[in-house]
Design a protein around this ligand. Structure first.
Ligand code: NAD
Length: 292
């Protein structure tokens, strides 16, 4: 049993912390928001009223926060209070530069650290079926893997510090670009008189096959579980896709990598998020594309 401090009890963090508790770890959570703290306490979690005294004595601190700045801020307070050999894990989706800076902070204090962003959404967080993409040393991964396994089904060690975030933003860049491609194809087919179902039947078994088509199909009908059949309620919200694409483009700029389709996808999802897309599933971009 590990003594775990979990910072960030939002839509993802709360169910993830609950799964660690179910696996018989001693978990104490904290969130800046009183509302999030109350919801976590209601879900049966032990919740601290402040960060004071929380980090000293923790075996593991896990952060699940909205931004790189928030992660760096929390780690800069937690790391100096923890004993050498303790483990820091950040599961937020953040920029690679912040992630690597957080790892450096931990290493300087003799702590182990992992970036371990997730895919699988709130459903996966609740069911304990998340995929974790972990970056960090072999030693940190060996210690963290069983904890991640209590919250997820697939745990992939992607290499050194920050590589989990690299995998996450590259994967979501593929998804963002492919959702636009699939949506454009449905819109073109529609304007040429081809039914959605006919295009789906051909493309889903041909070279156009991809996750955006067969799992998150942006038109109602062909894939019953897709958000398009629920009025485009998320699912994966447009603003989160816009955030991940922005992170991919910041990383592309910083590394001098050329990603013209990623840049176009960032532009489209960013504009859609600012023009009615916020709070809607990212597959609803199909209707936004018609307005361009
Ligand atoms: P959320 O906004 O529901 O939760 C974030 C929580 O962090 C909030 O409750 C907020 O009050 C708290 N917080 C912010 N700064 C803090 C600080 N300094 N100290 C303590 N608490 C603080 O967001 P979420 O949906 O749980 O997402 C969390 C992370 O997971 C994000 O990086 C997001 O991109 C990523 N993610 C989300 C999903 C999803 O489907 N929601 C899927 C994959 C990854």
């Amino acid at each position: 049993m590990a003594h775990i401090v979990f910072i960030g009890l939002g839509n993802m963090g709360r169910p993830m912390a609950a799964n660690l508790q179910k696996a018989n770890h001693s978990v104490t959570g904290f969130d800046l928001s009183a509302e999030a703290r109350a919801a976590a306490a209601e879900a049966g979690l032990k919740v601290a009223a402040s960060e004071d005294g929380l980090f000293a004595g923790a075996d593991v601190v896990i952060t699940m926060l909205p931004s790189g700045a928030a992660v760096r801020e929390v780690w800069s307070r937690a790391v100096p209070q923890m004993a050498p050999g303790a483990l820091m894990i950040d599961s937020s989706t953040i920029d690679v530069t912040s992630s690597r800076a957080a790892h450096d902070l931990a290493a300087t204090a003799g702590l182990l650290s992992l970036d371990a962003p997730v895919s699988g959404g709130t459903e996966g967080a609740t069911a304990g079926t998340l995929t974790f993409m972990a970056g960090g040393t072999d030693e940190a991964f060996a210690v963290g893997q069983p904890l991640l396994a209590a919250m997820g089904r697939r745990i992939v060690h992607c290499g050194g510090p920050g590589n989990g975030e690299v995998a996450k933003i590259c994967n979501n860049m593929i998804l963002g670009v492919s959702m636009i491609a699939v949506s454009e194809a449905f819109n073109l087919a529609e304007s040429l008189g081809l039914s959605h179902q006919a295009l789906f039947e051909v493309a889903s078994t041909s070279s156009g096959q991809c996750y955006a088509l067969t799992t998150h199909c942006p038109v109602p009908g062909p894939v019953p579980t897709a958000s398009a059949n629920r009025g485009y309620t998320p699912g994966f919200a447009t603003e989160l896709m816009a955030k991940d694409l922005r992170l991919s483009q910041e990383a592309a700029d910083a590394s001098g990598s050329r990603t013209p389709l990623g840049a176009a996808a960032e532009d489209i999802f960013g504009r859609y998020a600012a023009n009615g897309g916020r709070g809607r599933d990212y597959s609803a971009v199909i209707s936004y594309l018609k307005t361009l």
